[in-house]
Design a protein around this ligand. Structure first.
Ligand SMILES: Cc1cc2nc3c(=O)[nH]c(=O)nc-3n(C[C@H](O)[C@H](O)[C@H](O)COP(=O)(O)OP(=O)(O)OC[C@H]3O[C@@H](n4cnc5c(N)ncnc54)[C@H](O)[C@@H]3O)c2cc1C
Length: 460
């Protein structure tokens, strides 16, 4: 399944080089840029997306926060527009609370304190508190600061101020905080296209990709794994590189000690329901300088901060790739994202009811109006979309130390390491694993250390 909303950017040269050997970035304008007379960021000699499919579009990252029917830059940019939107009273409150947070640093024992230390209490309460609770189903004070350290990295009011200064004085930034990256690569038909191309390559080189083979068991001789059990049959293995959720891996491993099982079984995840709606028009006004079809909003995705609706984000697929929408000039494919827990009320809701809630919520916050026509609708469930950082996560070392004892087991990826890794970091863990295998390195610390550095800068 293709979730669509996956932007791709990495500072890891290995990852970029590898992708570019499969898909090259566009050398000619994409359909929308051409029709709208927009400037495309082109790579000399690159393929023409109008005639070729294996191509990375180079997209402008436009994604904003939608809060109380007003758009704010994401991440919060200190522009005159932001100040105007906040109003003088709120702006003063935000400024004072930020200054307080500078002199009175809180111990970073929770995600709440992590945010307040970087943004001040006022901005935290407006833009992070309820969104975080929507995303995780927990208040930020009950979530480990590790999540912030991995996802928000060096982003803070200070980073935002630096970015503003660099824009004003046109100085070339030596690096940019992860969340401020403004361009990204996107396959013509969405991220699933990347992995279909990779699977084809593996097959063409004589490898085998087995679909619908869930691993339910592993076989072992002491601390050496000998195979996996899929669909009731054992497949022998010399090396096992696992990206299955740690929780399931431990369940599948026979004779795991009770304390390890206890921690693994209580590792938390956040699940995800996405509702796709094809509409004829949006009720939002494009007040940006970016030229779009029918003057629709230019955002790839929009963060919905309002606590009065359950939806957390809205994807506008037209803006990711014009090739993903059949009638890109006259219709808009939206992807509404709902964070929930597997088998909770929202997860179990009948599809029609879920779609009708999605439509009502869009109307409530002014994204569509009563006149909007819904042309198609679809719902998808995604299990374990987000590895979470609470409950038994604090004791995850008990599990990872145990798993590291197996000489031929390598845990990689997002749920495979229970770490909020993006695609590039997930791939980085695979690259490190292969290096270890080629070099005969037995210590796995380099694999676990991907995406643990405190300040991750995307400079390329
Ligand atoms: C909503 C959303 C938006 C995202 N946006 C971005 C983005 O914009 N940019 C970005 O870089 N990253 C993004 N990510 C993160 C990115 O999707 C992950 O980092 C990446 O997919 C992780 O790769 P992986 O191989 O570890 O796991 P996955 O892609 O989840 O692959 C794991 C595979 O293992 C299979 N599996 C699980 N259990 C078993 C089992 N027991 N036996 C056999 N197979 C099993 C699963 O079916 C799955 O196919 C996003 C993630 C989500 C959920």
């Amino acid at each position: 399944m293709d979730l669509g909303g996956h932007r791709f950017f990495s500072k890891d040269e290995r990852v970029m080089k590898w992708w570019f050997s499969i898909f090259a970035p566009q050398g000619k304008p994409s359909l929308d840029d051409k029709l709208l007379n927009r400037k495309s960021p082109l790579i000399s000699g690159g393929p023409d997306p109008e005639t070729q499919d294996d191509v990375f579009l180079v997209r402008k990252r436009i994604s904003r926060i939608y809060y109380k029917k007003t758009f704010f830059d994401y991440p919060l940019l200190l522009s005159f527009k932001t100040m105007y939107n906040l109003g003088i009273f709120t702006l003063t409150q935000a400024g004072i609370s930020y200054l307080i947070s500078c002199v009175h640093k809180r111990p970073e024992t929770s995600l709440e304190n992590f945010y307040i230390n970087r943004f001040g209490k006022k901005l935290y309460s407006m833009f992070f508190e309820s969104y975080t609770e929507k995303l995780w189903g927990r208040h930020p004070k009950d979530i480990s600061a590790d999540w912030g350290a991995q996802r928000v990295k060096g982003l803070s009011v200070l980073a935002v101020l630096k970015d503003l200064a660099q824009r004003v004085f046109h100085t070339q930034p030596k690096h940019k905080e992860t969340s401020l990256i403004e361009e990204f690569y996107y396959p013509k038909y969405g991220p699933g296209q990347l992995w279909t191309a990779v699977a084809d390559k593996i097959t063409a080189q004589g490898g085998q990709v087995l679909y619908n083979h869930p691993v339910t068991g592993l076989t072992r001789q002491g601390e050496h794994l000998t195979g996996v059990i899929c669909n009731g049959k054992e497949i022998p293995a010399d090396v096992i590189i696992s990206s299955m959720p740690i929780k399931d891996l431990v369940t599948a491993l026979p004779q795991s000690p009770e304390p390890v099982k206890e921690v693994a079984q209580h590792l938390p995840y956040r699940d995800f329901v996405t509702v796709g709606l094809l509409v004829d028009k949006l009720a939002l006004t494009n007040n940006t300088a970016v030229h779009t079809f029918n003057n629709q909003v230019p955002d790839c995705w929009i963060y919905v901060q309002d606590s009065q609706v359950k939806m957390g984000r809205i994807q506008v697929f037209n803006n990711w790739s014009p090739y993903m929408v059949k009638e890109v000039q006259n219709t808009v494919w939206l992807g509404l994202e709902y964070f929930c827990n597997e088998r909770d009320e929202f997860w179990n809701m009948p599809e029609e009811k879920c779609i009708s809630q999605a439509m009502e919520e869009l109307k409530k916050i002014g994204v569509i109006s009563d006149n909007t026509r819904i042309l198609a609708a679809h719902r998808e469930h995604v299990q374990k979309a987000y590895p979470a950082y609470f409950d038994s996560y604090a004791n995850i070392r008990t599990v990872t130390d145990y798993l590291n004892q197996f000489d031929n087991l390598y845990c990689i990826g997002r749920n495979g390491q229970h770490r909020y890794n993006n695609m590039d970091h997930s791939m980085g863990t695979a690259f490190e694993t292969v290096q270890n295998l080629l070099n005969g390195r037995t210590d796995k610390s380099n694999i676990w250390n991907v995406n643990t550095e405190k300040s991750y800068h995307e400079s390329k």
